[in-house]
Design a binder for this molecule. Structure first.
Ligand code: ATP
Ligand code: MG
Length: 248
């Protein structure tokens, strides 16, 4: 079976730190898997995602995406990954509009020196419409609310038309209605486009019925991995981990 993402004995330590933030991680993810990563604060979830997309370089082990070494082919690999980071800081005086930010996701495909054409704008607006933020297209992104900014970040990742989605707490600022709708939309696109999707979220109820695999992390390690039908009941074994109790 072909693996899209493969980590072998990977440890990542932040500069100036003694202890690795993730330790001896082994993980294999196949095409079109929908993976849910869970664990308490500081478990290493964000570090894991950023090690996969090559934004962090491991001190040990091997990370392969599409069979290529992230250390060597990071930029190329990242052009196929839609990443929604957990912490994005938008300056209130940021001059870019919401549409500009969504278009930035498409630069890898458009080519940085080429002009943005009407067809690119149309595609970006189409994705923004799916997320219910089309009317915000010309507003400066710094003046949007936290939830609106989060939707812009999701739109940016989707407009890129990536092969892989890495979503780090993508629903945290969303209102109740959006927390229902947007995970469904993401799953629908995941299926239609045969994506490979990794989601870190404490809002598990909305996505849990669709996942193929649950990766449970604690203190920098993968302490369990579950696949198959009994995902939800198996997650209950981990009730003692903070933030897993959200699953009903
Ligand atoms: N930039 C950094 N420099 C040094 N240490 C860091 C840095 N970012 C994270 N860490 C440490 O690495 C460990 C893992 O952090 P990480 O952000 O991956 O956790 P997480 O599971 O994403 O947590 P949360 O649920 O709070 O987002 C923590 O102990 C954290 O303090
Ligand atoms: Mg995190």
């Amino acid at each position: 079976m072909h693996e899209i993402i493969k980590l072998e004995n990977v440890s990542t330590t932040y500069e100036g730190e003694k202890r690795p933030a993730i330790k001896n991680i082994n993980l294999s993810i196949k095409k079109n898997e929908f993976v849910y990563i869970v664990g308490p604060n500081a478990a290493g979830k964000t570090t894991l995602l950023e090690t996969i997309n090559g934004l962090l370089t491991p001190i040990q082990g091997k990370v392969q995406v599409f069979g290529q070494d992230v250390r060597k082919d990071g930029a190329k690999i990242r052009s196929e990954i839609g990443y929604v980071p957990q912490d994005f800081m938008v300056d209130q005086n940021e001059p870019y509009t919401a549409l500009d930010v969504v278009l930035m996701g498409m630069y890898g495909k458009i080519g940085i020196l080429k002009r943005v054409e009407d067809k690119h704008k149309a595609k970006a607006l189409e994705v923004m419409e799916l997320l219910g933020i089309k009317e915000l297209a010309n507003r400066p992104v710094g003046k949007l609310s936290g939830g609106q900014q989060q939707k812009v970040m999701i739109a940016r990742a989707l407009a890129k038309e990536p092969k892989i989605l890495l979503l780090d707490e993508p629903f945290s600022n969303l209102d109740v209605e959006s927390k229902e709708k947007i995970p469904k939309l993401i799953y629908q696109l995941h299926e239609e486009r045969e994506l490979t999707t990794l989601v870190v979220t404490h809002d598990a109820n909305q996505i849990i019925q669709n996942v193929n695999r649950i990766v449970i992390m604690n203190e920098g390690k993968i302490i369990a991995e579950k696949t198959g039908k009994k995902l939800i009941s198996s997650l209950k074994e981990f009730w003692w981990l903070p933030h897993t109790e959200a699953v009903e």
